[in-house]
Design a protein around this ligand. Structure first.
Ligand code: MF3
Ligand code: CO
Ligand code: CO
Length: 260
């Protein structure tokens, strides 16, 4: 079988790792409140992943990343490092990105949280970004192409006068955190690799309220921010391509792909 296709045994392990990652997001949700630090959110998730799930937080020490989760607040696009000094306040929007390694396989998912009362324009960015992910998921089936995914995301974002971050993308996932192929969040329909049953990859659009350009923090080497300082939002799921479409392996309670 070609390299991108997972065996049934691998798929079963992916299901477990992805369910655990989704459960961490469900667990942490009530803690994301004004007054909590992102460092505290990291500690709670770390304890849960290691102690309760008996899994490993994939980000910890990944290419030197110092924490167990990523927390990206407001103008931070991705890879924000949790810190006891970063205390969430009313009006913030924050992405919490969870990746767990269980039994040799990774599950990767992230969600946005609104901290206290958030301005309407920020809430709208968060909602449209989630719609970008959901529309992309609807496209996934055998025979569709990676460019089809990028296209629907770009259309919906730019149709709402937002921009799509280009420097970071979704990715294949399995026994490695980041595998081939790269899943771009922009593109043209009918281009790029054709999807096949048994592939597992993430879709994780980063959508900016202003211009698409980003800058990498020179101070910590990780934090990615919008160049213009305006807000950015991101949502992420890990997917399995099935005969009829796809399975959203990291679906949470209340999402369309998972009842309850
Ligand atoms: N979870 C991120 C992703 O969706 C990657 C984080 S890498 C880290 O691909 F090193 F910053 F943790
Ligand atoms: Co990812
Ligand atoms: Co992630």
């Amino acid at each position: 079988m070609p390299g991108f296709i997972k065996s049934p045994a691998e798929i079963e392990r992916m299901r477990v790792a992805c369910r655990l990652a989704a459960e961490v997001l469900e667990m942490i949700a009530p803690f994301v409140q004004p007054g909590v630090s992102t460092g505290e959110l990291d500690r709670i998730c770390h304890e849960y992943i290691v102690g309760v799930q008996q899994a490993i937080p994939s980000p910890l020490n990944y290419h030197g990343f110092p924490k167990s989760i990523c927390t990206s607040v407001n103008q931070v696009v991705c890879h924000g490092i949790p810190s006891d000094k970063r205390i969430l306040k009313h009006g913030d929007i924050v992405n919490v990105d969870i990746t767990v390694l269980k039994d040799g396989y990774h599950g990767d998912t992230s969600a946005m949280f609104l901290v206290g009362k958030v301005e309407a324009h920020a809430e709208r960015l968060v909602r449209i970004t989630q719609e970008c992910l959901y529309r992309a998921i609807e496209v996934v089936r055998p025979g569709a192409r990676l460019g089809d995914i990028g296209h629907v995301i770009q259309q919906h974002a730019e149709g709402n006068y937002y921009s799509v971050v280009r420097e970071y993308c979704g990715h294949g996932i399995g026994s490695q955190f980041h595998e081939e192929p790269q899943v771009l969040h922009y593109g043209r329909p009918g281009t790029g690799m054709e999807l096949q049953q048994g592939m597992t990859f993430t879709i994780e659009p980063m959508i900016n309220a202003g211009k698409r350009h980003t800058k990498l923090s020179q101070r910590d080497g990780w934090t990615v921010e919008t160049k213009d300082g305006r807000l950015s939002a991101q949502w992420e799921h890990t997917l399995l391509v099935t005969a009829g479409g796809c399975e959203v392996l990291t679906a949470r309670r209340g999402e369309p792909w998972r009842a309850g």
